[in-house]
Design a binder for this molecule. Structure first.
Ligand SMILES: Cc1cc2nc3c(=O)[nH]c(=O)nc-3n(C[C@H](O)[C@H](O)[C@H](O)COP(=O)(O)O)c2cc1C
Length: 344
């Protein structure tokens, strides 16, 4: 009955453990921060908190979709011991948001986060993600937040969002602060800006002042274009916020959460090998039951996208990467990576 445990205060407790430095957390990223990569992070590059990929609460409300999506909500005890783990969900339907949040609580997560920042048209058409920023959906946004709170009363409630839809919209930020969220994370760009312009860090102090006035109890995190832990601490100090969320920075250095330590070449190969093994154990032809036997859960191509993360930053990396990209069989890739590792 571990899910009955009251986990409220997760972010605050974690923040208190940082001795005033502030939280540096890894961003939720679809097909990146999955169970395999989070295990690598938990072992070698521990963020103060980690998140699942975003998961559709509408999908979770259907038996067929639920079976598939539950895979995206798998995590290990080891990961949770390393740092609290937050389940991120999205929906445009309050009843599904409520049942989705209840499931996140039942599964033993340390917090629940609502995605209101995804710019994908497919998601936005369902009145989900960044679509909720639009003024016309404000009432629904409020209902979704309430539904999430009702579904997971023993968890902190977090929202991750952007600065606006077509332009910067402080009324949206004000509205979210009025919801007395436990945590608010702002990707400092509008939906229209996607990730094409620099994040508007110049607005962070103003937003923090709004937080101080409207909802001083809400933990505030900034997000966008931060590549090192040191940069994150600088932003925290400069704007007086509680933390920073880092996404694509981990593509540049997967070990950044370990005090910005750069991996050596042999370490890069070792990490890659371990990641391939974890990826295959989680998403390869697992044969967990007869029906699924021999079927992959995720394409191996998604793993190969990580080659750029590990085989990078040293002389000849590009040529080796191009060679490895041609290998489509996981076992063959493992053999070649082991050879490369031995030759360093
Ligand atoms: C490949 C990829 C997948 C993403 N998936 C999610 C997601 O599932 N949920 C979410 O809230 N944001 C998602 N994001 C947005 C990131 O969490 C983050 O807000 C964005 O990348 C900006 O931060 P950064 O400049 O540090 O990367 C994704 C971003 C990338 C690059």
């Amino acid at each position: 009955m571990f899910w009955k445990k009251n986990k409220k205060g997760t972010w605050r407790r974690r923040l208190d453990q940082t001795n005033g430095k502030g939280l540096v957390v890894v961003a939720p990223m679809a097909d990146v921060t999955d169970n395999a990569f989070r295990e690598i992070l938990a072992k070698y590059s521990v963020p103060d908190l980690s998140y699942t990929e975003f998961v559709s609460a509408d999908g979770l409300a259907h038996p067929k979709g639920k079976k598939r999506l539950l895979r995206d909500l798998e995590y290990t005890k080891f990961q949770q011991k390393a740092s609290p783990i937050i389940g991120q969900i999205f929906s445009g339907q309050p009843e599904n948001m409520k049942s989705g949040a209840a499931l996140i609580q039942r599964l033993g997560f340390d917090g629940v986060d609502i995605n209101t920042g995804c710019p994908s048209r497919t998601i936005n058409k369902q009145i989900c993600g960044a679509e909720l920023i639009k003024l016309e959906h404000r009432e629904l946004a409020g209902q979704l937040i309430q539904a999430c709170r009702a579904g997971a009363p023993r968890l902190d409630l977090a929202v991750k969002t952007r600065l606006g839809w077509a332009s910067i919209d402080m009324s949206w930020i004000q509205f979210l602060l009025e919801q007395k969220l436990d945590v608010l994370t702002i990707h400092l760009r509008t939906r229209k800006e996607m990730s094409k312009v620099p994040a508007h860090w110049e607005l962070m102090t103003e937003i923090r002042e709004m937080r101080d006035k409207i909802s001083p109890g809400t933990i505030l995190l900034g997000n966008g274009d931060i590549n090192t832990k040191q940069e994150a601490y600088d932003k925290i100090a400069e704007h007086g916020i509680d933390g920073v969320m880092i996404g694509r920075g981990i593509f540049k250095n997967p070990l950044l959460f370990d005090a910005d330590r750069e991996p050596s070449i042999s370490e890069r190969y070792r990490l890659l090998k371990e990641h391939i093994e974890l990826f295959e154990a989680n998403f390869g032809p697992t044969g967990r039951n007869l029906k699924e036997f021999g079927k992959r859960i995720k394409s191996f191509y998604l793993m190969k996208k990580f080659l750029k993360v590990y085989v990078n930053g040293f002389d000849g990396a590009k040529e080796i990467r191009n060679e490895l990209m041609q290998i489509n069989d996981p076992q063959a890739l493992l053999v070649r990576v082991a050879q490369l590792s031995d030759s360093v």
